[in-house]
Write a protein that binds this ligand. Sequence first.
Ligand SMILES: Cc1cc2nc3c(=O)[nH]c(=O)nc-3n(C[C@H](O)[C@H](O)[C@H](O)COP(=O)(O)OP(=O)(O)OC[C@H]3O[C@@H](n4cnc5c(N)ncnc54)[C@H](O)[C@@H]3O)c2cc1C
Length: 356
Amino acid sequence: MLMEENKPLASFTTFGIGGPARWFVEAASEEEIVEAAAWARERGLALFVLGGGSNLLVSDAGFDGLVLRVGLRGIAVAETVEDSGQTIYQVGAGEDWDGFVERAVRDNCAGVECLAGIPGTVGGTPVQNVGAYGQEVASAIERVRAFDLEEHEFVEFSGAECGFAYRRSRFNSADRGRYVVTRVDYRLTPGGAPTLRYAELQRALAESEREGREVSLAEVAAAVRRVRRSKGMLLVEGDPDCRSAGSFFKNPVVTEEQVRRIAECSAKEPPRFPAGTGPENMGRVKVPAAWLIEQAGFAKGYALGAAGVSSRHTLALVNRGGASAAEILALASQIATAVEARFGIHLEMEPVMLGF
Ligand SMILES: Cc1cc2nc3c(=O)[nH]c(=O)nc-3n(C[C@H](O)[C@H](O)[C@H](O)COP(=O)(O)OP(=O)(O)OC[C@H]3O[C@@H](n4cnc5c(N)ncnc54)[C@H](O)[C@@H]3O)c2cc1C
């Protein structure tokens, strides 16, 4: 395996920001993952698993350890679940996520069509339970295969064992940094109907519905890509609004009492969405962080040095060109402080921080 030293990381992230990795290696097989993990262990080095770098802010100083980039490829249609007729796709963790969504849609298999246009790798999807436009990967993941860096063995988790919740799983909470995901098995429904829960998506597809036609999975995926593009949430070459990590803050899940307080402070009723099913969400709702940020005085296009708020989506912080990680964090802190001062709501950052 080629262990590279002092490898600049900026070009491996969608932010285009960050210093070098002390060591860097790309693993194309499970054997190489075992080998790279042993190499880091023998030298007492910290190990960080890198996918597509689309949910990541790397510090200006870089990372003083081994960055292991997961490059395992392959999509296999493995089995049909007998009673449901659903199909299991076994997907290598290094596969491009959007490429897999395209394949599923082409095969007319439902389950991930609303997640079109999200950057990153398949291995990154279970980590924060990727979700958008009414779907989350939690509802389609059958199994996750991973290498356990503590026990030095391969393990498999059922979807239920992954501990999925909003932007959360065991991989980014209790077991953060413990597993290298090598394969994700997706359970999709051949000929299944698309998920059309999200109002904005329903509006984008209203024409087809008015014509009384059934909306296809391909039409839904295309509509999602169009909506994402209009918000700078699709990676498009040369578009400065997509030099980001997507949403920089999570949507806060709050109590009804907090909603009343927000309404009092802003003299406006905040938009709200269901918080999700788990018992921790009982009596709670999700309030859009983008709305809170706008109400706290940050308009689209707001700039602080080379860091800025996207000109098309208040929730995305962007590198306006040559921004440092410190500048992005200064802007994030300014926004979070203003929202907290105005509404008493603490905004939690969504991207993973490396080397801070
Ligand atoms: C324009 C844009 C739009 C976005 N829209 C959305 C959206 O709608 N919804 C959403 O949920 N997210 C969105 N994101 C965030 C991001 O695309 C997802 O979180 C994506 O799944 C991250 O995958 P990645 O491979 O790039 O992970 P990375 O950014 O490389 O890593 C993120 C975390 O996952 C871990 N990780 C990655 N791969 C593995 C692996 N194989 N094994 C173990 N750990 C691993 C890393 O260690 C790190 O902790 C968006 C980002 C951008 C830039």
